[in-house]
Design a binder for this molecule. Structure first.
Ligand code: NAD
Length: 476
């Protein structure tokens, strides 16, 4: 596939290409341009030229275009989802959810098109003020490979509705579904230059986008270390920034919880998308009274999960998307065993030994009695491995949950309102779920505390990320 710059499907300026491979089979499925700084310049200049026209449309006009685009994405969702499974690996049913989720996001922003508002301030004899919100200009969106379609929606929906233009850089491993959607949006009426996609490596294309003087805002989702680099670069030019980074979400199950429901919650919360979700369940804390029963049930369910090519209808869990991620998970679990930092209850290995030609599959894995210094607890586990610990009461559960440099999400499984209140007040996380984990519909603000990031995506408030206030003071 080609990149999308100024509404045209183009190769890189120097005509270099890079292959996209299927992580389930190792097969080359397509190639995309290996973009460079020159291509970023062209995309940003096109976005800058389109800004005047796009920002002058009424919010309702832009909302109608987004609504129409969502309709087209829905019509083609099977085709886009298949593309996503081929490049990312996730089971087709998860890919379909994700593409429909993208359409939901555009529809949500289209539906609130009449809502962005400023305020009027009456100052008595001193006059009146009108405070309006205006778009920022050209925005840069840098996205990861784990949920590329939904994250494209989280950025493009509010940015475009608010009147900005966008240059998006997909992850190197997963550019195809993003490109396909961008072309559908163009054909649905998103004018040339309003949404551009430049493919290529983060170190060159990503850096060039962050450094470009015409880019007024960067919205980045990815690893904490990359986020730190991006923030430092953006700070030199006082750019606005949103950072959605990693997480190590705790799930706490109290002794009054509905155990069967919580087991299903842990299963989905950890193994959805082969565990490659920022707000997946990454640490499971069980009240000691229910721990044995819970672990027995969870182990039985985990061992039934079928790992396989995402295109096969009976696959519950696909491959990991990248060889590096698989190697890291292998090393983390090997370290636990070598250092006696926990007990591997099931899984704990790849599906096909070191034969990566057969795909980057890792078996769904449970590890019990994990030592607090283990890297399974101190770093983000971005794969299908779940560390399980027991706690004796709510206070120790909260203390363990907060023993993390992250603060993205957390969940508590209980029927007790007092427990919910205490968790909500004392656990450091951007979102606390009660009796569920992972769900983030477009209405719900999402983002982290501490090293999980800066700012919130989703919901009405995400429009604040893509606008600034401007005040008119009327002295009369
Ligand atoms: P990554 O940081 O390696 O890459 C993310 C994007 O940044 C890619 O497009 C990459 O090409 C680009 N990039 C790399 N180096 C860059 C640089 N120097 N300058 C500019 N751009 C650069 O992250 P990843 O491995 O693709 O994604 C996984 C991470 O993303 C996990 O930590 C996960 O938790 C996090 N994530 C967070 C959220 C959230 O909403 N908080 C959502 C999804 C994923």
């Amino acid at each position: 596939m080609h990149m999308l710059i100024d509404g045209k499907e183009v190769a890189a300026a120097d005509d270099r290409w890079t292959e996209v491979k299927n992580p389930a089979t190792g097969e080359v499925i397509d190639r995309v341009p290996l973009g460079s700084e020159t291509d970023v310049d062209a995309a940003v200049e096109s976005a800058d030229a389109a800004f005047g026209m796009w920002s002058k449309k009424t919010t309702r006009e832009r909302g109608l275009i987004l609504y129409h685009a969502a309709e087209q994405v829905r019509l083609q969702h099977q085709n886009i989802a298949r593309q996503l499974t081929l490049e990312q690996g996730k089971p087709l049913k998860e890919a379909i959810d994700e593409v429909r989720g993208f359409a939901n996001i555009l529809e949500y922003y289209a539906a609130i098109a009449g809502k962005p508002a400023g305020e009027a301030i009456h100052l008595g004899n001193a006059g009146d003020c009108m405070v309006m919100r205006e778009p920022l200009g050209v925005c840069g969106a840098i996205i990861p490979w784990n949920m590329p379609v939904i994250i494209m929606g989280w950025k493009a929906g509010p940015a475009l509705l608010a009147g900005n233009t966008l240059v998006l850089k997909p992850a190197t491993a997963t550019p195809l579904a993003n490109l396909k959607i961008a072309m559908i949006l163009r054909d649905a009426g998103v004018s040339p230059g309003v949404l551009n996609v430049v493919t290529g490596p983060g170190e060159t294309v990503g850096t060039a986008l962050v450094k470009h003087p015409l880019v007024r805002k960067i919205s980045f989702t990815g690893d904490c270390a990359t986020g730190h680099t991006v923030r430092t670069l953006a700070a030199h030019q006082f750019k606005e920034i949103t950072l959605e980074l990693g997480g190590s979400d705790p799930m706490i199950v109290m002794d009054d919880a509905d155990i069967d429901r919580a087991v299903e919650g842990a299963l989905r919360g950890r193994f959805y998308n082969a565990g490659q979700v920022c707000s997946a369940v990454k640490r499971l804390y069980l009240h000691e009274k229910i721990a044995a029963d819970f672990i027995k049930k969870l182990k039985a369910r985990t061992e039934k999960l079928k790992a396989g090519n995402g295109l096969m209808p009976d696959s519950d869990i696909g491959p990991m998307t990248r060889k590096e991620s698989l190697a890291r998970i292998c090393a983390q679990v090997e370290e636990v065993t070598a250092k006696n930092e926990g007990t591997v209850l099931c899984g704990g290995d790849t599906l096909h030994g070191k034969d990566y030609e057969q795909g980057f599959f890792y078996k769904p894995t449970l590890v019990t009695d994990v030592a607090c210094e283990s890297s399974l607890l101190t770093t983000e586990i971005f794969g299908p491995v779940l560390p399980i610990m027991t706690v004796c009461d709510l206070e120790s559960a909260i203390a363990e949950a907060n023993r993390s440099r992250y603060g993205l999400g957390a969940s508590v499984w209980t029927k007790d309102v007092g427990t919910v209140k205490q968790i909500y007040r004392e656990v450091n996380a951007g979102i606390i779920w009660v009796n569920r984990h992972l769900t983030v519909p477009p209405e719900v603000p999402f983002g982290g505390m501490n090293e999980s990031g800066i700012g919130r995506e989703n919901g009405y408030h995400a429009l604040d990320n893509y606008t600034r206030t401007k005040t008119l003071y009327l002295g009369w």
